[in-house]
Structure formats: structure tokens, C-alpha cells
Design a protein around this ligand. Sequence first.
Ligand code: HEM
Length: 410
Amino acid sequence: VTTTSTPTIDLTDVDTFAANRHHEMFDWLRANDPVHWQPPGETGGFWSLTRYDDVAAAYTDHTTFSSAGGVMLGGSFRNEVDTAANRMLVASDPPRQRMLRQVMRGVFSPANIDRVAARVEALVDRAITTALADGGCDFATAIAPELPVGALMAIIGISYEDAHELVRLTHEMVGYRDPAVAGAGGDDRLRLAGVQADIFEFFADLVRARRADPRDDLVGILLRAKLNGRPLPEEDILYNCLNVAVGGNETTGYTACSGLIALMDHPDQHERLCADPGLLDGALAEMLRMASTNAYTHRVATRDVEIGGRAITRGESVVLWNVSANRDETHFADPHRFDLARTPNRHLTFGTGIHRCVGAQLGHTELATLFRRVIAAPARFTPAGEPTRLRSNFMLGVTGLPVHLARRSS
Ligand code: HEM
């Protein structure tokens, strides 16, 4: 990666991300224009924070950097006044965020995490056994989705088929600019609104079912919740179901693909991990850092503020680029190198501060369950073609990953 020539900087150009060439932009920005203003275009104008220290500082200063403008630039829930503001956990500021988070934590209890691990283990086992019999598969469609599917079955209490349908819907929502995922034709924004409406309908049906037959799952927890003595309005319940569905479905499967690519690209480290499974936690941290699946999150400045000599005005959009912070050479030596023994490894893949991913432990458990099975398999995954990447600058997804699964020679 070169930092000497100036690449064209357009952080909304999803083709640059799909071509996996975005690191060139971020390397250059960190060195030359770390607090970068992108003029209005595809979206309104926005500031980009690209250095680790600036990103971490903005995460922790939630008074200056509000979440109520939504987390996705120019996409979901991004209006003058966000429709999800202070309704959906991730698009809320304190005090509402604190109360909602308290409620949502019930979903991520140790018992639920154990349930997810058991589901994912069974599904991944079955998928790997099938792939082994077939000599390979498309890992992105045959194995990775079993992670969010297992999680949905365990914490939302839906069937395998419904869970796959929900994953398909959130993939379409987040991949609304990728014709291979969301279909071509028509207006991007209309497509996005349409699929969001479908997801709301999915959850509205579930809320009806759970009202009639109460359970101790996500919807049950939200139905029972009281904030300031009042139950949550139905719309808020739907927004938070959506938050869990997108938060869970659009991250772990894609991270699993990026993690497998890293192992296949580094057979020596792959061997080392197979020989010493004690290295798995470090390997997962490094996979999460390198993948930075949730590339950025979005905030709105609540006051005029200066960062790195640039004047940010109240009301302006500020984007916190996890993907760039995670490769900041002042925090990670040789940052583009995959090193499963890297220490320390304080990546920002789950964010930090009050919004730090409430599903981080669950996500980690899903990935650990999968990779424990991958490294214990009697066969080794090797590439069978180039990966296909999602046309998105928000989720760095892998939508196609052909692999061979061949028995180990030794
Ligand atoms: C590799 C997996 C994951 C990654 C990379 C990831 C990333 C993130 C990030 C960066 C945030 C902070 C957003 C912000 O500050 O604006 C976040 C928050 C959140 N994530 Fe995750 N996530 C993952 C897994 C999950 C899972 C498995 C779930 C649920 C099943 C989940 C649900 C949520 C929710 C509900 C929030 C909002 C928390 C709050 O605002 O207080 N995430 N996630």
C-alpha cells in the first residue's frame, strides 16, 4: 500500500470498497488529511475521523457527538430528524440510551449466549460436514450465515427457515446499493425503504404472536419492559428488534468470511493455530481488527468543536472510521499485517464508550464456535476462487467465497 501518491478520495464510492482498495484512501488520509471534509454528493457533506485517537475520543464524548442522527450515512434513518432517534438503542442518546440498554442487556445474558453457542455449533457442524462431503462450498452462503441464523433462533425464538429469511432481508437492507444482493433497477432509496418495511412487518407479526403467547426472548423482554414506568410503544419495540437483527446479521457472518480469508492467505499462521488452539482468542481479535466489518459509525456534532485544527460546526455529520483507526500505525505496528499473536490489540471493531457493541460477547462466541470447528476439522479450507465483496462502505461484507475442503495431508 502506498501513501506517497494521492489516491482519489471519495469515501462514498462503494466500488472502491468492493474492490478492497479503501485502505489506500485511509492510509493517505491518516498521513495527510486526518480530519477530512467530504463535500455533499451521494450523501450530505460529512467529516471523517481517520486516526485512532480521534475516533476513540469522539466515541467517548457522547455529549458532543450525538447518535440521534442514525449510524448509517445517507442510508437508513438519515433524515433531518431521524425517525429512529431516541427509539432505537443505537440511535439514542442518554438518558434514553441508558434505559434502553439496560433493557436490551437481558437479551445478551450468559444463559442466552450459551444457547446461541449450542445452536451455532450444531448448525456449523452440519454445514461443514456437508461441505466436506462435497469437497468444498461457497463459505459465504453455505456456512457463514449459520452464525446469525443460530443466534436468531436462540434469542428471538424463530425457526431455521424464518431466521434465514430475516438474514436475507437485513442483507438486502444493508446491501441496498449492491444489485447482486438487493436486485437492480429502481431507486436505491426506495428499495431501502421497501425492505425496511418488510423487516418491520416480519417483527410486527412476531410481536402479535408473542403478545398472545408470551416468551422470555427478545420480543418478550421488550414487551415487558417499562421505561419511566411506561411500556415501550410498539414502534420502539420494532426499532429495537431491527437493531438486534441488523447488529447481529450483518456482522458475524461477514467477519467469519474475512477471518477465513486471513487464515487461507497465511497458511503458516493457520497451521500454528491448528497446532495450538490456545491462540484462538488472539486470532479472533486479529480477525476482528483486520476485518473491521462495521467500517464506520456516524454522529452529529451538538456544538462547534475543533479536531486536529479543523473547525466542525454544530449540526454537521461526523463519521468515525473504525476501519481506519484499526490500521493506524501509531497503535498497530505494521498494521496491514495479519498477526494472530499481536499484542496488545485494542481494536475498535466493536466501538467503545456507551454504545460499545452490546452484542460483542455474543458475536465473539459465535466466531469462536465456528473457528474452533474450522481448526479442529480433519480437512483444511483452501481458496477455490476470488471472493466477492459487498458494494457498501458501511459493512465490509463478503458475499461469495468459494473454498475447497480437502483432507489434511498429515
Ligand atoms: C463481529 C460482530 C459485530 C460487530 C463488528 C459489531 C459492531 C458494532 C459497533 C461498532 C457498535 C457501536 C455503534 C455505535 O457506536 O454507533 C455496535 C453496537 C451494537 N451492536 Fe454490534 N457488532 C457485532 C455483533 C453484534 C451482535 C451479534 C449483535 C446482536 C445480536 C449486535 C447488536 C448491537 C446493538 C444492539 C448495538 C447498539 C448498542 C448501543 O447503542 O448501546 N452486534 N456493534
